[in-house]
Design a protein around this ligand. Structure first.
Ligand SMILES: [Zn+2]
Length: 307
């Protein structure tokens, strides 16, 4: 498989960042060869397949958004997750794009869900603004086979000695949940009730933690969650959160704020499949909390040292 075909400079970034990240695994600076050898001897405790912003819809291409192609772009990603035996997979939102009718939009969800369901492991869904534009949250989640007794889209779970949190920022700033086209995409919020749940969830947890969100928690402006500063404080105060993985912005980005890594993932939808465009990654979780993002096509690679 060709990696990162559209980004000739990315390998250099990867090597530099890997050497930095590996410092947490190897005492002292022993160079990249020793670092690579140590990583080879230490397999990841978890592998997690990551996808974001598929925007699948049966409609004509708009700009760089090749809506129809997403159905075929997700297939090699899922094949790859199966090949590396990923422990679970997360789609970080905007699974589908808008259809002319509710029925057609549900049909889009069913079609792309059938592709994602080829993954032979647990699947997790972060709500994106496009997932619940026309559809109500329960309609979207139930058509993905996600029926949870708590009747909310944010939740947490443990796996391999790590804690994982799925957030839902598809609320207006007045706390009303998205659905039936009742919102502006720039008005995105994690309301007080969810922030309270998050603080309590992190407080009772003693494991290193990874968070998944659609809208960004590391910026203000149109792409950022309105209460991002408050949410970040909750994450920082817990002392447990290693990283937040997010989508929404369709660009690669990485920031460290208050000792927490914020990684924005590239969108799968961008670019024509016929020209080799795609984006996905496998997140490798190492003992001690070092995280490695193994990115494909437009997705950057990262090696993130635990603080
Ligand atoms: Zn999107």
């Amino acid at each position: 498989m060709t990696k990162n075909i559209s980004r000739p400079g990315s390998r250099r970034t990867f090597l530099a960042e890997t050497a930095f990240g590996c410092g947490a695994l190897v005492l002292g600076s022993q160079g990249f060869a020793a670092c690579a050898a140590a990583e080879k001897e230490t397999p990841p405790v978890l592998k997690i397949g990551l996808l974001t912003d598929m925007h699948y819809a049966e409609k004509v291409t708009a700009g760089n958004r090749h809506y129809r192609d997403s159905l075929r772009k997700i297939r090699p990603a899922v094949d790859h997750f199966n090949k590396v035996k990923a422990d679970f997979a997360v789609e970080l939102g905007d699974f589908v794009d808008e259809a002319p009718t509710l029925e057609e939009e549900l049909a889009y969800v069913e079609k792309i869900e059938a592709e994602f369901a080829r993954f032979k492991g647990d699947r997790h869904y972060v709500l994106g603004n496009h997932c619940v534009s026309r559809l109500k949250k329960e309609e979207f989640l139930s058509s993905c086979g996600q029926r949870r007794k708590e009747k909310r889209a944010y939740y947490s779970f443990d796996r391999g000695g790590f804690h994982f949190v799925v957030l839902d920022a598809c609320f207006r700033s007045d706390g009303v949940p998205y659905g039936r086209k009742n919102f502006k995409w720039t008005d995105t919020e994690i309301p007080p009730v969810e922030r309270k749940w998050l603080a309590a969830d992190l407080q009772k947890n003693s494991r290193p933690t990874i968070v998944f969100a659609h809208q960004r928690l590391d910026v203000g402006g149109s792409y950022g969650v309105k209460s991002a500063v408050k949410v970040r404080k909750i994450l920082e105060d817990s002392g447990r959160v290693l990283a937040v993985f997010q989508g929404h912005n369709h660009v690669n980005d990485h920031k460290v704020i208050g000792g927490v890594h914020y990684v924005t993932l590239a969108a799968l939808i961008e670019g024509a499949l016929a020209k080799g465009n795609n984006a996905w990654s496998v997140l490798e979780v190492y003992p001690g909390g070092v995280l490695k993002v193994d990115g494909f096509h437009h997705q950057e690679d990262y090696s993130l040292a635990a603080d």
